[in-house]
Ligand binder design. Structure first.
Ligand SMILES: Nc1ncnc2c1ncn2[C@@H]1O[C@H](COP(=O)(O)OP(=O)(O)OP(=O)(O)O)[C@@H](O)[C@H]1O
Ligand SMILES: [Mg+2]
Length: 467
C-alpha cells in the first residue's frame, strides 16, 4: 500500500504544536501543584498553631497532667467560618485528657516537637490532621502529651478550585492562542509553496516555459531552478524530436514515391527482359529505402538520454577493430581500395557495447571506402595515447572536408555539396551518438599523408564498470 505523502505543513504543525502544548501543559501542572502545595503548608502551620495553643491549657499535676480548657475557650480556639475542627489530648500513658474521643489514633508515633500531618477521616468526613508530642511546661521534667487537631477540607478544596480557575484557565487560553498563532504562521509561511504548486498543476502539459522565480522562497529556489533547467532540456529535446520526425518523413517520402513510380512503370512493361530490368532497379531502390529505415531506427535507439539502457562490457578494441575491418575486405576489393589495418601488440581494453561499437566502425569505414577514389588507401589504426586513452583512427583518400564543415557533417541529414555517392547524411550522426554513449571524443583532421581525412575516436582505456 502507498504511504501517505509527507505534508510539510502537517509535519511543521506536529513538530511545533506537540512540544509546545506539552510544555505548556507541564508548566500549568507545575504552577497548580506549587500554589496548592504552599497554601496547604500555610493551613498546616495554622493547624499546628492551634495544637500549641491547646497544650498551653494542659497543666502539670501530681500523677497525670490535666486539661483546663473551658467549653467557651475551646469554642473560640476551634472557631472557623468554613471548617469544623476537632481535637484530643492524650497523656503519655494513653489516657485521654480531653477533646473528641472518637478521633483516630495517630498513624505513626511522631517525634517530640516534630508535628506530623496526614489525611484521615473523622465522623465520616475527610480531614487534615496534625499530631504532635509536646511538653506541658518549659521545664525539662515536664510531662509530655500527645495533641491531635483535625480540620475538615472545605477551605483547602475551595482554594484548590480557585487555584485551578486562576492558574489553569489562563494557561488553557494561552495554549489555545498559541495553537492558533502557530497554525496561522505556518500556513502563511507555506503560502508561497501552495502558490508554486498551483502554478505547476494548472500548467498545460505542452507548456515547457520556465516557472516564474519571483516569489519563490529561497529554500526551494534551487529545486525550482533545477526543474526549470530540466524543462529547458525537455523543450530542446521535443524541438529536436519534432524536427527529426518531420525530416525523417520528408526523407522517406521521396524514395517511397520513387518506388511507387518504378512499380507502375514495371507493371506497364510487357517484355520479360525489361520487366527483369525494372525489377532489378526496384530491388536497388528498396534496398536503399531499407537502409534509410535502419539508420533512422538506429538514430532513435542511440539517442543519448533515450530510455534504452547501454551495457558497457570490457572489450579489446584492437582485436575488435581488426575483426570489423576484415568484414569490409570484399567491399574494398570491389572498389579497388587498399584497406589496411595497423594495430598494437597488446590488447586495448575499453568499456563498450559490441553491437553499437560495430555500427560506429562500420559507418566510418563505409564512408572512407565510399568517398575515396578507386585505387585509394583506407587504413584503420588502433593505438594507446597519453594518459589511459585508446585511439581508433580511420584514414582515407577522399576529398578533404573543409574546416568549416567539420562540425556540421555530424548533424543529421547533413551532406557536403557535390557529393556524388548515394547516402542520406545519417551515418556520422549515428557515429556521434554512439561515441557519446561511450563517453568517447571524435576528432576529424586532415590525413597525415596530406591526402584525405582521418576520423579519430578516443576512448577511455579502463575496465568496464556497471553504469
Ligand atoms: N571519409 C569521408 N571523406 C569525405 N567526405 C566524407 C567522409 N565521410 C563523410 N563525408 C561527408 O560527410 C557527409 C555526411 O556523412 P554521413 O556518413 O553522415 O552521411 P552519408 O555518408 O552521406 O550518408 P549515410 O547516411 O548513408 O552514411 C557525407 O555526405 C560526405 O559529404
Ligand atoms: Mg555515411
Amino acid at each position: 500500500m502507498r504511504k501517505p505523502e509527507p505534508r510539510l505543513q502537517r509535519k511543521l504543525l506536529a513538530w511545533l504544536l506537540g512540544p509546545l502544548t506539552l510544555i505548556l501543559a507541564l508548566d500549568t501542572g507545575a504552577a497548580y501543584w506549587t500554589s496548592v502545595h504552599y497554601s496547604n503548608l500555610a493551613y498546616d502551620r495554622a493547624l499546628h498553631e492551634i495544637a500549641r495553643e491547646i497544650v498551653l491549657h494542659v497543666k502539670p499535676a501530681a500523677g497525670r497532667p490535666r486539661l483546663e480548657l473551658s467549653q467557651a475557650a475551646a469554642n473560640i480556639l476551634l472557631m472557623d467560618a468554613q471548617d469544623r475542627l476537632f481535637f484530643r489530648v492524650t497523656a503519655a500513658d494513653g489516657a485521654v485528657l480531653g477533646g473528641d474521643t472518637t478521633l483516630p489514633p495517630p498513624q505513626l508515633g511522631p517525634n517530640p516537637g516534630e508535628p506530623r500531618f496526614y489525611q484521615a477521616e473523622v465522623h465520616g468526613q475527610p480531614v487534615r490532621m496534625v499530631a504532635a508530642r509536646m511538653p506541658v511546661a518549659e521545664t525539662a521534667a515536664a510531662p509530655i502529651v500527645l495533641v491531635q487537631v483535625a480540620e475538615t477540607l472545605n477551605k483547602r478544596n475551595r482554594l484548590a478550585w480557585e487555584m485551578l480557575a486562576s492558574v489553569v484557565l489562563p494557561q488553557v487560553l494561552l495554549i489555545f492562542i498559541t495553537i492558533m498563532v502557530v497554525w496561522f504562521g505556518v500556513s502563511r509561511g507555506l503560502e508561497p509553496l501552495q502558490r508554486l504548486r498551483r502554478a505547476v498543476s494548472n500548467r498545460s502539459h505542452l507548456d515547457l516555459s520556465p516557472i516564474d522565480m519571483q516569489d519563490v522562497p529561497g529554500e526551494v529556489r534551487p529545486v525550482v531552478e533545477e526543474v526549470n533547467e530540466l524543462m529547458a532540456r525537455l523543450a530542446r529535446t521535443f524541438d529536436f524530436q519534432n524536427r527529426f520526425v518531420a525530416d525523417a518523413a520528408h526523407q522517406l517520402k521521396t524514395p517511397v514515391s520513387g518506388l511507387k513510380a518504378q512499380i507502375e512503370l514495371a507493371l506497364r512493361e510487357t517484355e520479360p527482359q525489361r520487366v527483369q530490368h525494372s525489377l532489378a532497379q526496384l530491388y536497388i531502390s528498396a534496398d536503399r529505402l531499407s537502409r534509410l529505415v535502419r539508420q533512422l531506427l538506429s538514430l532513435a535507439r542511440n539517442e543519448p538520454g533515450a530510455l534504452h539502457s547501454v551495457q558497457l562490457q570490457p572489450l579489446d578494441l584492437n582485436a575488435f577493430a581488426l575483426e570489423v575491418s576484415m568484414d569490409w575486405v570484399p567491399n574494398a576489393l570491389k572498389r579497388s581500395i587498399d584497406l589496411g589495418f595497423e594495430g598494437v601488440e597488446t590488447p586495448l581494453t575499453i568499456a563498450a557495447d559490441r553491437d553499437r561499437l560495430r555500427e560506429l566502425i562500420n559507418n566510418l569505414i563505409d564512408n572512407a571506402i565510399r568517398y575515396s577514389p578507386p585505387g585509394g588507401t583506407v587504413t584503420v589504426r588502433t593505438a594507446v595515447v597519453g594518459e589511459g586513452q585508446c585511439r581508433l583512427a580511420i584514414s582515407d583518400d577522399g576529398p578533404r572536408i573543409p574546416v568549416a564543415e567539420r562540425a556540421r557533417i555530424f548533424e543529421r541529414f547533413h551532406r557536403l555539396l557535390g557529393t556524388q555517392e548515394d547516402g542520406s547524411g545519417l551515418g556520422l550522426a549515428i557515429v556521434s551518438e554512439i561515441a557519446t554513449l561511450h563517453r568517447a571524443r571524435i576528432l576529424l583532421e586532415e590525413d597525415t599523408d596530406g591526402v584525405g581525412n582521418t576520423f579519430s575516436v578516443f576512448f577511455e582505456a579502463r575496465p568496464a564498470e556497471p553504469l
